[in-house]
Design a protein around this ligand. Structure first.
Ligand code: TYD
Length: 234
């Protein structure tokens, strides 16, 4: 491959984060994912970025997880419905992975092959943080099922929107869904999980300070996108 995006194999052949970050999706388009705790303002930032990119002439596909397809939205309803409280952690992890596998095959991969920019609200990192750390399933099997489910499709860059707990709680839905209704210790494990992921993959996952107005946060988002992918300078 000579498009300049594919990294040379590292000398010791161990794939470290800087090498993985150079791989991205390896498709014609650009794959950007957004992560964060509930109520961090992801959807607003995705909408603003999608508009800016579209105004710049790009074809943009916006999607979300779990969901983004009729099957995925069906799985989402099952996952978030409080009546399924007590769902087995492994069933939960597999349902998220199933919705993702379908979304990748039906929406994300075709859009990337077509050269589009795909913005996805949550992706594998959410499964690592919520199911791997939050549910205590560990990251190895979560990686395994998701690597298989997505056929190894990873984002070019992931933005982690970081917002203080007290500010997030003011933006939470009045009626909590099944995940939001989990106890404080679960949410603390998830937050710890995201911090670990940021430490483990600093080249791919970039932290965005999500305090301030939507416009201020969007400026930070765009600065990173520009620095990483130079999408606005063409
Ligand atoms: P989302 O719609 O992003 O919720 P919010 O808008 O409140 O951020 O995601 C739904 C919930 O599903 C959210 O609590 C995070 C959780 N989730 C997982 O536990 N694992 C996953 O793999 C994904 C994608 C989401």
């Amino acid at each position: 491959m000579d498009d300049g995006r594919f990294p040379l194999p590292p000398e010791d052949a161990s794939l470290d984060d800087s090498v993985l970050s150079g791989m991205g999706s390896c498709l014609k388009g650009v794959f950007i994912t957004f992560e964060g705790m509930d109520g961090c303002g992801k959807s607003t930032q995705i909408e603003l970025l999608a508009k800016a990119l579209t105004d710049h002439g790009y074809v943009v596909t916006v999607t979300r997880e779990p969901g983004g397809t009729p099957l995925g939205e069906g799985i989402r309803s099952m996952l978030l419905d409080p009546k399924h409280q007590g769902m087995s952690a492994r069933a939960e992890a597999l349902l998220y992975a199933a919705a993702r596998a379908h979304l990748v095959e039906q929406v994300i991969r075709p859009a990337l092959e077509d050269g589009q920019i795909v913005l996805c609200d949550r992706y594998i990192d959410s499964s690592l943080a919520y199911q791997g750390f939050g549910r205590g399933l560990g990251t190895d099997y979560i990686m395994l099922v998701n690597d298989w489910g997505t056929q190894g499709l990873y984002p070019d860059v992931t933005l982690f929107l970081d917002l203080d707990d007290s500010l997030r709680s003011t933006r939470m839905a009045a009626v909590p869904d099944r995940l939001e209704a989990e106890d404080e210790s679960f949410h603390q494990r998830v937050a710890h999980g995201f911090r670990e992921l940021l430490n483990m993959q600093p080249h791919r996952i970039r932290r965005v300070d999500a305090t301030g107005s939507a416009a201020e946060v969007q400026e930070r988002v765009r600065a990173i996108i520009e620095q990483e992918l130079e999408l606005f300078s063409h």
